[in-house]
Design a binder for this molecule. Structure first.
Ligand SMILES: *Cc1c(COP(=O)(O)O)cnc(C)c1O
Length: 242
């Protein structure tokens, strides 16, 4: 019998997620220092979309991760009801980010489920969120998503419309906008997109910038990210692109 010398990587092993998360935290801190930034100024959103509660649980229980990102409201609701309950007191400190597109008819569930909504990008959503925040008496933190590449199929407000949209959210809808979020085009240099997001944030007095994923978070840290959203580098490759 022939035995292969190269073992297949165990992408979905639970120990791996904890080990990769621990190593990633160290890498982010090192990168921050190399860029002259305080390590604690960069917060890691562990993107758990498509992974089951059982797959996510070790990163909470063994690594103490409390900040997570999901991109579908309907997927997040049962998963995080389960995980928050399992986490007991620690569950109260979980900070769940919505990083996928939001439909206005899901605004109520989004306000109930998420602590940070990163994808505010049109007036209908701003109005629906304002209504639900009033009704629920719960105030998730809000970021505006900017479509820095101006891609037709992608969510987010266009860069040239961002200032006016942020003003509209604040003045017309009474929303507190804390930051901006961007997903740069695939197969393009990301630096100009990260720099543009930082520029728009700066001129609107916004401190939070959510940018950088598994493949490009080091550049995002260099260019001013305060949140990086990392999924596959922690949990392994996803079966569906999602
Ligand atoms: C899936 C996703 C991520 C994480 O992507 P990885 O490449 O797995 O790190 C980050 N941000 C958004 C908006 C996503 O949908």
């Amino acid at each position: 019998m022939v035995t292969s010398l190269t073992a297949a990587p165990q992408h979905h092993s639970k120990q791996d997620a904890v080990a990769r998360l621990t190593a990633l935290r160290e890498s982010i801190a090192r990168r921050a220092r190399d860029c002259g930034r305080a390590p604690e100024s960069i917060k890691l959103v562990a993107v758990s979309k498509t992974f089951s509660a059982d797959e996510v649980w070790p990163t909470i229980a063994s690594a103490g991760q409390t900040r997570f990102g999901e991109n579908r409201v309907q997927e997040a609701i049962p998963k995080w009801r389960d995980l928050r309950a399992r986490a007991g007191d620690l569950g109260k400190t979980i900070e769940l980010h919505l990083i996928g597109p939001l439909q206005s008819n899901k605004a109520r569930e989004a306000v109930e489920t998420f602590d940070v909504i990163e994808t505010v990008d049109r007036e209908k959503i701003a109005a629906a969120l304002a209504r639900e925040i009033d009704r629920a008496g719960k105030r998730p933190r809000l970021f505006v998503e900017v479509n820095t590449g101006g891609e037709a199929q992608k969510a987010g407000v266009l860069p040239e419309d961002a200032d006016a949209f942020i003003a509209l959210c604040r003045q017309t809808h009474g929303l507190t906008i804390e930051g901006l979020m961007a997903i740069p085009p695939a197969n393009e240099m990301v630096s100009p997109h990260f720099a543009l997001l930082s520029l728009i944030a700066e001129r609107n007095g916004l401190t939070e910038r959510s940018m950088g994923m598994s493949a490009d978070w080091p550049l995002a840290v260099q260019l001013g990210a305060t949140y990086v959203r990392v999924g596959s580098a922690i949990f392994g490759e996803r079966d569906s692109p999602h």
